[in-house]
Write a protein that binds this ligand. Structure first.
Ligand code: ZN
Length: 212
């Protein structure tokens, strides 16, 4: 049994500064559209506080959707090792930040990932990076959960893969559709986690979550 919490992120690991590979033409085009949006909502894009906002927002959106240019399979393959270990490997409490594709408003929370190796293991941090690569796209939580599972299952071909995501959706909270603190939980399993109730229960117990 291997149980690991994802490392807390430090401030400089989180900022936009880290990604310097902005596509200048795209930033320029996006900025023009955001300037129009400011005007359309009744703002004055020329006033001092908003002067550079279109460009900042353009860079922010490019950063928040940079998962499209990351190949999660390559992430796993970059640290895939032959190993006879056949116990459950769990990485829990992986912070995720994504945006719902219906409103382009953030949802965020935690992902818990487990797999039971069948000949190959991967670096623990790579599981978190796979979650991030799929998160930084326009998403629905259900698809995000399944994509992470399928990527691990197809690449490492373990005896089973389990993914649980617990997230708050600002599109619900800010727009007052649901209770303020509602958390959406999604799960996706393969192999041993599907077929063996005890394995699944062990995983659920270890991540400390109750699935409805
Ligand atoms: Zn939404």
């Amino acid at each position: 049994m291997k149980l690991e919490s994802s490392e807390p992120r430090t401030g400089n690991d989180n900022g936009y500064e880290k990604i310097e590979r902005y596509d200048n033409q795209t930033i320029q085009d996006l900025s023009g559209h955001y300037r129009d949006i400011l005007t359309l909502i009744g703002e004055d894009p020329e006033r001092e506080g908003l002067n550079k906002t279109p460009e900042r927002v353009a860079k922010a959106i490019q950063y928040l959707t940079n998962g499209y240019s990351i190949d999660p399979v390559e992430i796993l393959k970059s640290a895939m090792f032959r190993e006879d270990y056949q116990q459950m490997v769990i990485v829990k409490d992986i912070e995720i930040y994504s945006m719902c594709e219906h409103h382009m408003i953030p949802f965020f929370g935690k992902a818990h990932i487990a797999y039971i190796p069948d000949g190959y293991i991967t670096g623990l941090s790579k599981l978190a990076r796979v979650a991030e690569a799929f998160s930084r796209r326009l998403q629905v939580q259900e698809r995000l959960t399944v994509q992470i599972r399928d990527c691990i299952q197809d690449t490492l071909q373990p005896l089973g893969t389990a993914v649980v995501i617990e997230a708050k959706h600002l599109c619900m909270i800010m727009r007052g559709v649901q209770k303020q603190n509602s958390i959406t939980t999604t799960s996706a399993f393969t192999g041993e986690f599907l077929e063996n109730a005890r394995t699944r229960e062990e995983f659920i117990h270890l991540i400390g979550t109750r699935l409805s």
